[in-house]
Unconditional design. Structure first.
Lengths: 476, 611
């Protein structure tokens, strides 16, 4: 009895309250998005707003379950959950139903389950467990490997289901690793490779190669402050590149010469010389710089290749749209353009509840699921969108605060996993409706219509609330 | 405690940064940028035009002449189409399978979501039959359109016709949209703004598939269509129909005017066409046929044909001579010995008493008399030169409305032609124009050209003894006067005083009624004092045109008329009896001279010109 009351006292009711406010606002907007003045559905189960009520009810049940279960249960059975979710993902590949080209659903009687939602939770749990082991050393290469292995397994299967959006979410879990001491250099490398990815798409290959090479020399100079050697190196590369360019033009003709070739030759040929020079003068960082340069150039090539040969055409155009390479409001950009029209037409204070026209009359696609933010924007205006975003920010910061007050490393890491997942969903979902992020079909937590996602997010959050309620105990 | 705990700040910072970036972006999107609001209303609002009923037309006695009949455009929305029984569909609408395919392709090319016209103006009968099966043809629906209908086949030129507005007009006038109807000729054109009414608009909200989802703001911004004004014509339907009947198988025109008002009682252009031909689906095909008809039925002869007036013009010269006191009705006599001779010039005339005064000159249509009188005027020293004398004469002629448009309220009227003195100076050389050069003007030949309506107006002027009202065909708009009808209520005075008219009217009376014989005895009607003047317009291309102008009765004239029959010879042979029958019909409502009527009706003066 004593224990129970202290448990209830320890529950973070403010977070629970934010949760309920978000779910309530979500339901209001689903009601509006699926409301139709002409053919009122009343309280039929066909209406999405009625169904969502059912999902909310069951989600509350799930939340209660999460609170009732012993907090040790989550860490103890983390691996089992993980294995079950992987198996479910594999099963989905075989018997799953297809929605919008993604084969990500299992039908269980009247309800459809999306195992990817479950996989997020189990991956977060296992990741927390792995990283909270006493011998986990974040700076070691082994740790990076382990973390990556845990994170990447589920998205591999989800990618096979053709649900790119849900797969990408898992990579947000590196945020927890970052908090636990992931070497900054990884962040630097990650940022560099992302930047390189974008540069490769925006610029010609030879330009990217020139930039990479120059940055390599700049890096060398920063490490060793040897201006003379740096300039000699640049000179060598320039001479060889220039010579190669002239020779190639002679051989292949001006129009036929691929410009990346002479520059690649210009970098490639002097590399053995640079290596010998570094060995002689014991400039050990040079090896890494050369390695990084070569890797970067390789990536630049592979981005072009991957972009044109591995990505589906619609994914290519979505990325091109965000980068501003392509603009076609009637074609691939239609959804985003209509979504922006809906949100933009809301103005400062919105058109009012049920008064939205763009979202209701199906100009905006998926208006109660992925594009639910349009309804908020159209009917509640700038005021509404700001309040919703601030609520999410409040929740995220609250989760960070919760994380930091945990004695248990497991709980803390799990909290960051939760924050990472919410952050990614909110950033990408809202970002795509306002044209900042590419169109990746992932739901807005608590707002988008659908049982699976609501259950997933609810369970994810309430496990954290449960762990937090027991923060005085040391889990594991 | 934890070496990396400061990283929570970085993480929190990233969260805050994301939300702030999005809020700033949303502020621009929702508050600063207004363009999305415009795009939104363009997306969602559909304006459906409510078409008003076009105004009706009645004759002067309230008989309905033009009304509207509902027709139905068959519309199709391609994306709502289902499989359907093509054979049944074709038989119901009387079209072929190929036409169906072709029209569907066209509709699809236009839009899959938006509806477009599949088949225009299906008749009420076809509509009735089709309507029963409409449920089998998903994606099709009918839209009401109104078509002009004419209870009597007559007055096609006066009514004019309506058709789809052209691109030039839609660009120039914002009222019209592609596919709207507009009056193209006749009264339909000239009184378009009265007849068309005012379009209304209903604003609906539509979804992305263009399906109507309800009224915008409960119809607060909708406007009702206002029906067009009805028009009462000055035309007497019975007289008009009779005139058209008389003119069958003839080329020419009849214009009858009520002198006291300028109201046109009948305006017949022959050959004419059935106004029903220029309505509905077959309009353009029929128009093409009419256009290619060698007899040119689309040509509105009363307003557009120009002829030399011939002897009828002698009345004008007599009036000018009398007004200028060059002719004294009591004392001026000129001789005529089978014509007028001056040097080597000879102008023939027929046998009658000589010498004669102005009354007899008109009665017998004596060429010599008017030749003498005309030269006396032009060469009279008191005008100080032939140029000034001619201009003086021309001013008189112009005051009768010749050489200018009379301003009837029908489109495409032409001016006729009264040459200026400059014209003759160009022909004969400056200072070399002699009165003998232009002597043909004295008997209405030569360069002068009048339209039949001007000729009828001349009869009206003589009937009124010196003034006229602009001839017009619209009596009332919406049952009352209208400011634009004011111009037809103004009396226009000629330069000839009313007292001057008596001898001319006497001459015209005698031409018809003299027991001693006039040129137009055939036009006499028992019990009615008809005054008339024949004319024969020389036609260099063939047989002369037969002309007659008349008014009746002599006192308080009720009708003034001009009749032209092309290539029919003397005025007395065809034009005079037709005018006479028209007058009798109008004044007594009966025709007593059956033999004359039969002769006219049976006459085919097309002279092998038929196709």
């Amino acid at each position: 009895m004593e224990r129970r009351s202290s448990f209830l006292k320890n529950v973070d009711w403010l977070t629970v309250a934010i949760y309920f406010v978000l779910v309530f606002l979500g339901w209001i907007n689903i009601y509006s998005a699926s409301y139709n003045s002409e053919s009122s559905l009343g309280f039929s189960f066909d209406a999405r707003y009625v169904r969502q009520l059912v999902w909310i009810g069951t989600a509350i049940g799930l939340a209660t379950l999460a609170l009732i279960l012993d907090s040790k249960f989550y860490s103890a059975f983390a691996e089992m959950f993980y294995i079950i979710s992987i198996v479910l993902l594999m099963v989905t590949l075989v018997i799953g139903g297809e929605v919008n080209g993604a084969k990500s659903w299992i039908e269980l009687g009247p309800v459809k389950i999306q195992p990817a939602e479950f996989a997020k939770i189990s991956t977060a749990l296992v990741l927390s467990k792995v990283m909270s082991r006493y011998d986990f050393q974040p700076e070691s290469f082994k740790s990076l490997f382990t973390v990556t292995a845990v994170i990447i397994l589920s998205p591999l299967f989800i990618l096979l289901q053709n649900d790119t959006g849900s797969a990408l979410v898992f990579f947000a879990l590196y945020l927890a690793f970052f908090r636990e001491g992931m070497p900054i250099i990884y962040v630097g490398l990650a940022v560099w490779f992302v930047l390189l990815f974008i540069l490769s798409l925006l610029l010609e290959t030879h330009t990217v190669i020139i930039i990479i090479s120059l940055l390599g020399f700049v890096l060398f100079h920063i490490y060793y402050n040897r201006l003379k050697e740096t300039l000699i190196g640049v000179g060598i590369v320039c001479v060889i590149s220039g010579a190669a360019l002239l020779v190639l033009i002679q051989i292949m003709g001006f129009d036929e010469t691929p410009l990346w070739l002479p520059f690649t030759i210009g970098i490639g040929i002097p590399i053995p010389y640079f290596l010998i020079h570094a060995y002689k003068h014991k400039l050990n960082h040079t090896y890494r710089i050369i390695l990084l340069t070569i890797a970067s150039i390789a990536l630049a090539f592979s981005v072009d290749y991957a972009f044109n040969n591995i990505l589906a055409p619609h994914q290519r155009t979505r990325i091109n749209h965000v980068l501003g390479i392509e603009f076609d409001p009637q074609g691939a950009g239609y959804n985003v353009n209509q979504s922006k029209i809906a949100i933009g037409s809301g103005g400062f204070s919105g058109k009012g509840f049920l008064q939205g026209t763009q979202t209701k009359f199906k100009f905006v696609p998926e208006q109660s699921t992925d594009f639910i933010f349009c309804t908020i924007g159209e009917e509640w205006g700038f005021v509404g969108t700001t309040i919703v975003l601030l609520l999410f920010l409040w929740l995220l910061l609250k989760i960070v605060a919760i994380a930091e007050r945990q004695k248990s490393k497991f709980s803390r890491i799990y909290a960051y996993c939760v924050a990472a997942i919410f952050f990614f969903h909110v950033a990408i979902n809202v970002g795509m409706t306002i044209g900042i992020a590419p169109v990746i079909g992932i739901p807005l937590p608590f707002f988008s219509y659908g049982g699976s996602s609501l259950w997933g997010f609810t369970f994810l959050l309430f496990i954290l609330i449960k762990l937090d309620a027991n923060r005085d105990e040391l889990i594991m | 405690m934890n070496p990396f705990s400061q990283r929570k700040l970085i993480i929190s910072g990233v969260f805050v940064l994301m939300v702030l970036t999005y809020i700033v972006k949303l502020f621009f999107l929702q508050v600063i940028d207004q363009s999305y609001k415009v795009s939104a209303s363009n997306n969602v609002l559909r304006r459906v035009t409510q078409y008003p009923a076009r105004g009706l037309m009645y004759d002067r006695n309230g008989e309905l002449l033009v009304y509207n009949q509902a027709a139905y455009d068959l519309m199709v929305t391609p994306n709502q189409l289902h499989e359907f029984d093509t054979a049944l569909f074709c038989s119901l609408l009387n079209i072929t399978k190929q036409q169906v395919d072709q029209r569907l392709r066209k509709a699809k090319r236009y839009s899959y979501y938006k509806s477009s016209v599949f088949l225009e103006q299906i008749s009420a009968e076809e509509y009735g039959a089709f309507q029963e099966y409409l449920f089998q043809f998903k994606g099709f629906y009918t839209q009401t359109r109104s078509l002009r209908r004419y209870p009597q086949n007559m007055a096609a030129h006066t009514f004019g016709y309506v058709g789809e507005v052209d691109e030039k007009t839609t660009k120039a006038d914002k009222y019209y949209n592609q596919g709207d109807y507009i009056g193209i000729s006749g009264i339909e054109k000239l009184y378009e703004e009265d007849l068309r009414g005012k379009k209304g608009v209903e604003i609906f909200m539509v979804d992305v598939h263009n399906r109507i989802k309800g009224q915008y703001k409960h119809g607060r911004y909708d406007t009702l269509a206002i029906n067009g004004d009805d028009i009462t014509l000055t035309i007497d339907a019975e007289l008009q129909a009779y005139g058209e009947k008389l003119m069958t198988n003839k080329i020419g025109s009849i214009v009858a005017i009520e002198p006291s008002t300028g109201e046109v009682l009948a305006i017949v252009s022959a050959p004419t066409y059935n106004p029903d031909l220029l309505v509905g689906r077959e309009r353009s095909a029929n128009y093409k046929t009419l256009r290619n008809d060698p007899l040119n039925p689309l040509f509105c002869r009363p307003l557009q044909a120009r002829y030399p007036p011939g002897s009828t013009f002698k009345t004008v010269n007599a009036l000018i001579g009398l007004q200028e006191k060059n002719i004294n009705p009591a004392s001026t006599y000129y001789p005529c010995h089978y014509g007028y001779t001056s040097g080597r010039f000879h102008m023939g005339c027929h046998g009658h008493a000589s010498p004669l005064d102005v009354r007899q000159a008109i009665q017998h249509s004596c060429n010599a008399y008017f030749a003498y009188a005309f030269r006396d005027m032009l060469d009279n020293p008191r005008y100080r030169g032939i140029d000034s004398a001619y201009n003086h004469w021309r001013n008189y002629v112009s005051s009768f409305g010749f050489g200018e448009k009379l301003g009837i309220d029908m489109p495409y009227e032409v001016k006729g032609y009264i040459p200026s003195f400059n014209y003759y100076e160009r022909v004969y050389g400056k200072g070399h124009v002699k009165s003998l050069n232009i002597i043909s003007l004295s008997i209405g030949q030569g360069e002068i050209l009048l339209t039949p309506i001007q000729m009828a107006n001349l009869a009206s002027i003589i009937a009124n003894r010196g003034y006229y009202y602009r001839p017009h065909v619209v009596k009332e708009i919406n049952g009352e006067g209208d400011s634009k009808l004011e111009q037809y209520r103004t009396k226009i005075q000629t330069m000839v005083d009313s007292v001057t008219f008596a001898p001319v009217i006497d001459g015209m009376y005698m031409a018809v009624n003299s027991p001693a014989g006039g040129t137009a005895g055939v036009a006499a009607i028992k019990g009615i004092e008809v005054c008339g003047k024949t004319g024969t317009a020389e036609n260099p291309h063939g047989k002369d045109h037969s002309i007659f102008m008349a008014f009746a009765p002599r006192e308080n004239p009720k009708i003034a008329i001009s009749v032209y029959v092309e290539n029919a010879g003397f005025g007395a042979s065809w034009a005079a009896p037709i005018a006479s029958l028209m007058i009798e019909k109008y004044l007594t409502d009966t025709v007593t001279r059956q033999w004359m009527e039969q002769r006219i009706l049976n006459a085919d003066l097309l002279d092998g010109k038929k196709k």
